[in-house]
Design a protein around this ligand. Structure first.
Ligand code: BMA
Length: 374
C-alpha cells in the first residue's frame, strides 16, 4: 500500500514538472519581443524612473562622432538608460536625418544601445507632404518650408488619408520608414524591441498633424494607418507611445487612439525661461490626467520629452525636476538633444548644472544604464 502511494506521488511530481516546463516553453513562445519589453518596463518602473537622452551617442558640446562618447557619461559616469533616435528624412530616402546624422550610424547606435542592455525610443518628424520639395533637408535652416513644422497648409492630414491627393506619396513614405524599422535586427537576425512615438505633441499647433490642422477622427485615422502599415511587415517588436504636449485642452483625449493601439502614454513638457511655477503646476495637472488614463487601460506612463533649454538654473535637476517625477508611476523621462551650445538639454563637462545632475542620478529611484542590469 505504502509503495503504491509512493509510486503515485512520483508519477504526479513528474507530470507536474513536465507541465511546468511546457508552460514555460509556451510562455516564452507566446511572449513577443514587444510583450517582453512591456514586462521589462513594468518591472523596472517598480524600481524607479529611467533617465533618457535624445541623440546621446552622436554629438555633444564641443564634439561630434567620438566612438563611445556621451555628454551624459562624461558627467555622470554612465550612459542614459534610454536613448532617443530621430528618423525625420527617412521618408524622403535621404541618407541623413533632419539633424544631419546618417541613417547607417543611427541604426548602428540603436543596435549598440540594445546590446548594452538599454532602451530605445524612436521619434519621426516627417516632412510636410503638401509643401515639401524632394531632396530638401533642413540643414542650416530652422523649420523651413516643407518641414514637419510647416503649418501653412491646413489640410495636410486629410491629404494623406485614403482618397487624398497625397495618399500615394505618403504610402511611399511609410514604406521607406518601414524598411528602416525592419532593418533593426541584432547579430542573430532577431528584430530588436523598441518604442515608437510618431505624431506627438498634437495638442499644439506647430506640427502639420497638430491642433486646428485636422479633426480628432482624421488624427486617429492617420495613427491607425501608420500603425497598420508598419506592423503588417514586422514581428510584434514595437511599443507605441502617444504623447501630447503639456498644457493640453481636455479634448486632446478625443485624439487618443485607444488602449488597444497605445502601449505607453507619454507627456512632452519643457520648462520655459523663468517659468518654473507654471512648469511645475501644469506638469502635475497633466500627469494627473494621463496617469489616470494609463491606470484605466493598464498602460505604461512616461515623460517622453522634457527639459529646460541650456539649463540656466544650476539646481534644476534636483530642486525642480526630480520632485515632480516622484509622485507618478513614470517608467522614464527623456531630455532632448545636445545640438550645440545654443541648444542643449543634458549637462556636459563643465556646464553649471553638472553637480545637480550627478546628485539626481545618485538617487536610488533614478535609473541609468548600469542599473538596468543589476
Ligand atoms: C527640435 C530641435 C530641432 C530638431 C528637431 C528634431 O526640438 O531640436 O533642432 O531638428 O527637434 O530632432
Amino acid at each position: 500500500m505504502k509503495r503504491s502511494i509512493f509510486l503515485i506521488l512520483c508519477v504526479a511530481l513528474t507530470l507536474c514538472a513536465q507541465a511546468k516546463r511546457n508552460s514555460n516553453l509556451a510562455s516564452t513562445k507566446k511572449h513577443t519581443p514587444a510583450q517582453q519589453l512591456t514586462k521589462r518596463l513594468q518591472r523596472l518602473q517598480k524600481r524607479g524612473v529611467m533617465f533618457g537622452h535624445q541623440d546621446d551617442p552622436f554629438y555633444g558640446l564641443g564634439w561630434r562622432y567620438e566612438e563611445g562618447r556621451s555628454d551624459v557619461r562624461d558627467v555622470a559616469g554612465d550612459y542614459p538608460a534610454v536613448m532617443g533616435f530621430e528618423l525625420g528624412g527617412i521618408e524622403m530616402g535621404d541618407k541623413k536625418s533632419l539633424d544631419s546624422v546618417s541613417f547607417t550610424k543611427i541604426r548602428e547606435e540603436i543596435l549598440a544601445q540594445v546590446k548594452r542592455g538599454g532602451i530605445v525610443t524612436i521619434s519621426w518628424h516627417p516632412r510636410n507632404p503638401m509643401t515639401t520639395i524632394a531632396g530638401g533637408g533642413n540643414a542650416g535652416q530652422r523649420y523651413p518650408k516643407g518641414s514637419a513644422w510647416d503649418v501653412s497648409e491646413k489640410a495636410v492630414v486629410s491629404s494623406v488619408l485614403p482618397g487624398g491627393e497625397k495618399y500615394a506619396l505618403f504610402q511611399t513614405w511609410l514604406s521607406r520608414l518601414t524598411t528602416f524599422l525592419q532593418s533593426l535586427r541584432d547579430e542573430q537576425g532577431q528584430a530588436v524591441p523598441f518604442i515608437f512615438r510618431p505624431w506627438h505633441e498634437n495638442s499644439g499647433g506647430w506640427f502639420w498633424w497638430g491642433r486646428g490642422l485636422c479633426s480628432a477622427e482624421e488624427y486617429k485615422t492617420l495613427w491607425n494607418m501608420t500603425q497598420d502599415y508598419v506592423t503588417r511587415s514586422l514581428p510584434d517588436n514595437i511599443l507605441w507611445s502617444w504623447s501630447p504636449n503639456y498644457g493640453f485642452e481636455p479634448d486632446v483625449l478625443d485624439t487618443y487612439p485607444g488602449h488597444d493601439r497605445v502601449d505607453i502614454i507619454g507627456l512632452d513638457a519643457y520648462q520655459q525661461r523663468n517659468g518654473e511655477q507654471q512648469f511645475v503646476s501644469q506638469l502635475q495637472k497633466d500627469l494627473a490626467t494621463l496617469s489616470r488614463l494609463a491606470r484605466e487601460g493598464k498602460r505604461l506612463l512616461a515623460l517622453t520629452e522634457c527639459g529646460y533649454q541650456n539649463i540656466p538654473d544650476p539646481t534644476w535637476w534636483t530642486r525642480v525636476l526630480l520632485p515632480q517625477l516622484k509622485p507618478w508611476p513614470l517608467c522614464y523621462f527623456l531630455v532632448w538633444r545636445n545640438a550645440d551650445r545654443r541648444q542643449y538639454f543634458a549637462p556636459a563637462l563643465g556646464t553649471p548644472d553638472a553637480d545637480s545632475f550627478r546628485e539626481m542620478v545618485k538617487d536610488k529611484r533614478v535609473l541609468m544604464l548600469k542599473d538596468l542590469t543589476k
